[in-house]
Design a protein around this ligand. Structure first.
Ligand code: AKG
Ligand code: FE2
Length: 331
């Protein structure tokens, strides 16, 4: 059974949506984030054509020769998360998001993936690292357009959270994300021997939590994404691709903001489910996460209404200092 719920977002965003419908949809999102930390969003308004086109650009990018991709190299500083990283460059490690006392697992086995990171084109501090235009003509304007489209969806989701959490200012979270210093990530997991993935000798992406506010993830039809079970965190459940949906999950920052009311759930990418006539090697897999994080220097402290019986569990933290420390640990 698929335990990750599907939420139809059109009942929140439709022009003629009633107050009742908006509240009900927001409540469904809150429930999913409390119980699982993941949901599938349907009715999100990002057209299939646009998503398909984005995947097409992504496969064109990764099909370029390595030397060409390296014309837009990710800087050595992990906190400058822009540009291209080749297979084996990034090693996802899990850091305790709560205690911040360093790595929980000391795993430093490289993931079998390559990635390309894109930020806000209007950001004057963290500039994007693009390929020369003639290496892949049209890529930059397209990705810039897609990025902007995703910021619109992020705004609607942040507003829905304000409604669902009954925040005194429903736009509170929206207002903490005005600079839109988000991150669009193109991921390519090249083919690997099936047995390596099945036996856990290699991973496409090791178990981790995301560290921002929310992640919006588009995945192709290959499969392999797994999420820790809400009832037994040692067991991972498949997040089977559902066409037309976006997988959305809570990041560590939002878990902390909500005083652990929401769950920032561990997830990973392993072997796709066994397929008939499968060979010795997995299919390549492409996915496109879009990460949203608060504005720099946002002080993240318990949201009103999330105190519960214990009161605020955590000291306020500065969002930028916190996430830079995590990013650096990944490189
Ligand atoms: O490729 C995927 O499906 C997941 C990617 C992911 O979890 C991440 O980039 O943080
Ligand atoms: Fe992730």
């Amino acid at each position: 059974m698929n335990q990750v719920p599907i939420v139809d977002f059109s009942a929140f965003t439709r022009d003629d949506a009633t107050e009742e419908e908006r509240k009900r949809t927001a409540a469904e999102i809150i429930d999913a984030f409390k119980n699982v930390g993941f949901l599938y969003l349907s009715g999100h308004g990002v057209s299939d054509d646009l998503v398909n086109e984005t995947f097409n650009w992504s496969s064109k990018l990764f099909a370029l020769p390595y030397e060409t991709k390296m014309l837009a190299p990710h800087p050595p500083d992990g906190a400058y998360h822009r540009g291209y990283s080749g297979v084996g460059k990034e090693k996802v490690v899990q850091i305790d998001p709560i205690k911040e006392k360093g790595a929980v697992t000391s795993r430093k086995v490289p993931d079998v993936k390559e990635s390309y990171e894109i930020g806000n084109e209007t950001d004057t501090k963290l500039l994007n690292i693009w390929l020369p235009e003639d290496a892949l003509p049209g890529f930059r304007p397209f990705m810039t357009k897609f990025y902007v489209r995703m910021t619109l969806l992020a705004r609607q989701l942040l507003l829905a959270l304000g409604v669902g959490l009954s925040l005194p200012d429903q736009e509170f979270l929206l207002k903490a994300h005005t600079h839109e210093r988000y991150q669009l990530r193109l991921l390519h997991y090249p083919p690997v021997p099936m047995k390596d993935l099945r036996q856990g000798e290699k991973e496409r992406i090791a178990a981790h939590t995301d560290f921002g506010t929310l992640t919006f993830l588009f995945q192709d039809s290959v499969g392999g994404l797994e999420v820790a079970s809400p009832t037994d965190p040692a067991t991972f459940l498949p997040v089977t691709p559902i066409p037309g949906t976006i997988v959305i999950n809570v990041g560590d920052m939002l878990q902390r903001w909500t005083n652990d009311t929401f769950r920032s759930t561990m997830h990973r990418v392993r072997a796709p489910p066994p397929a008939e006539g499968e060979g010795d090697t997995t299919m390549p897999r492409y996915s496109i996460p879009f990460f949203i994080s608060p504005d720099d220097q946002t002080i993240v402290s318990c949201l009103p209404g999330c105190e519960g019986e214990t009161g605020a569990k955590y000291e306020p933290v500065n969002s930028r200092e916190w996430s830079d420390a995590r990013l650096r640990a990944t490189y």
